[in-house]
Write a new protein. Structure first.
Length: 82
């Protein structure tokens, strides 16, 4: 009985939560980076400096990618685990 009441009341208690992709870049920083070093796009962009696997995974989502000339994450093949 309590479960049924909860199911009926829950939609009335939950407020819709809306976030736009633009608001994600209106914060003072994204980690240690300035939001001005990113641009908002989707994984379908043709000129994004990101791994194609990541773009494929996020092709229908809004993503923030580094602006042109910004450093990308990566790795050094010469480093080994000792």
């Amino acid at each position: 009985m309590h479960f049924i009441r909860l199911c009926l009341l829950l939609p009335l208690l939950v407020q819709p939560f809306q976030v736009s992709a633009d608001s994600a870049l209106s914060v003072p920083s994204i980690g240690t980076y300035s939001p001005s070093t990113f641009r908002v796009t989707t994984g379908q962009c043709g000129d994004c400096p990101a791994p194609r696997q990541g773009l494929w995974y996020f092709q229908q989502d809004s993503i923030a990618v580094p602006q042109a000339g910004q450093p990308l994450s990566g790795f050094d093949k010469r480093l080994t685990l000792d």
